[in-house]
Design a protein around this ligand. Sequence first.
Ligand SMILES: [Cu+2]
Length: 116
Amino acid sequence: MHTLVIVVMVMSVMTTQQAIVSETLTIDTIFSYSTSTKPIIAANYTFLGPLIQAYENDPIIVRVIYKLAQPTTIHWHGMFQIGTPNMDGAVGVTQCAISSFSEMTYTSKAQPAGTA
Ligand SMILES: [Cu+2]
């Protein structure tokens, strides 16, 4: 069974010069949360996950190292994904889930300005 898990990362997109922005997310931890019956999946042992900052239109490269049992994806909510629809992270729609103990590298552009 595939489960879509949304890891929220705030992407503050400003408007000046272009540079490649890269990040590695290791996903190997599930936290419990006192006011929820649902578990929290952490990236780099943090929740909401690390902040990724980029200038608008910067190339974004995110390597995801996935070490949990349930296959999943990273969904980039709010990002346009122009030219990279296969990087949106909608499991079963734009990609297959990332298998347990495997990895995937997401590549896209920081668009639009704002937070995601
Ligand atoms: Cu979304």
